[in-house]
Ligand binder design. Structure first.
Ligand code: FES
Length: 219
């Protein structure tokens, strides 16, 4: 049974072959709806966010998904859904490629540890533990996490937020619930994740970095 506070948490619903519908569950007055006494009715507020990539009114849905026959089918190769562990002297870094949205904050933020094109591409002894932790906390998709002394750290305590990344996905933080949850990748976080908005991810509803390949632009 959820507490009243939990019920007020926002929630994202993936509508079938259509937009993400965001309900915030905080009742608000509807300006144009009143009873005979002139009292406004209250309702929860819903916002529809484009996920086909075709809306002319991004980030909001304008109905284009119907015209272009958008499908939300997940066609990801499940064999790629595998977590790798990179063990260092003081910290072990975990990475699941299937979750990665290719934000590149790790390779740009700490190139001595996250080496673009390197083999291995993650080197957990390449810098201080503090810097590694700070960098992993910037990972928007949950593809990266870490363990120290056998205890894994992945989620953070944050206010619910959806950040619309320029030319990229919706970055969800603060444990916003997916109302009709898809099959989650191995060790996926429900506190932070990235949702595709270009329409091209194979791992819908999650971003798999394909927006880079198709040069998605959100202008
Ligand atoms: S927004 Fe990243 S794959 Fe669609």
């Amino acid at each position: 049974m959820k507490t009243s506070e939990e019920r007020k948490m926002p929630q994202i619903k993936c509508s079938l072959d259509g937009p993400y519908v965001l309900n915030d569950f905080i009742e608000r007055e509807v300006a144009y709806l009143q009873n005979e006494q002139g009292e406004k009715y209250c309702r929860t507020v819903g916002v529809s966010l484009c996920r086909c990539g075709g809306s002319k009114n991004k980030p909001f849905c304008d109905g284009t998904h119907k015209q272009i026959g958008f499908s939300d089918k997940n066609s990801a190769d499940s064999t790629l859904d595998k977590r790798q562990n990179f063990e260092g002297k003081e910290i072990t870094i975990h990475f699941n490629r299937a979750l990665c949205s290719s934000s590149e904050r790790c390779v740009h933020g700490l190139p001595s540890v996250f080496v673009a094109g390197g083999k291995p591409w993650i080197r957990p002894d390449g810098d201080t533990v503090a810097k590694i932790i700070a960098t992993i906390k910037q990972c928007p998709s949950g593809a990266l996490s870490y363990s120290i002394d056998g205890v894994e750290y992945r989620d953070q305590v944050r206010e619910p937020m959806i950040t619309v990344a320029k030319n990229g996905p919706y970055e969800v933080t603060g444990s916003i619930e997916l109302a009709n949850p898809p099959t989650l990748c191995e060790c996926a976080s429900t506190e932070h994740y990235t949702l595709c908005r270009c329409g091209a991810s194979k791992n819908k509803p999650f971003c798999d970095g394909t927006h880079w390949e198709i040069n998605f632009t959100s202008e």
